[in-house]
Write a protein that binds this ligand. Sequence first.
Ligand SMILES: [Zn+2]
Length: 71
Amino acid sequence: MRKKTYEPIQSACKDCGEDFVISVEEQKYFASIGLVLPKRCKDCRKRRKEIKKSYNGKTESWSTAEKMGKR
Ligand SMILES: [Zn+2]
């Protein structure tokens, strides 16, 4: 029987390019909730989470502003 072993994964953040480590704990956590491993460091993930949160309710004005900016 093959046992799945975990070890910390080092990866480069997609957003800021910094190297970050996905710990064994995190890998297990992401696997347990059925998510793929993050491509961003903790800071960028946190930032995106906050941005996403602040976008809620503002989605309309944001897309309008974007449309106006790009003709
Ligand atoms: Zn980052």
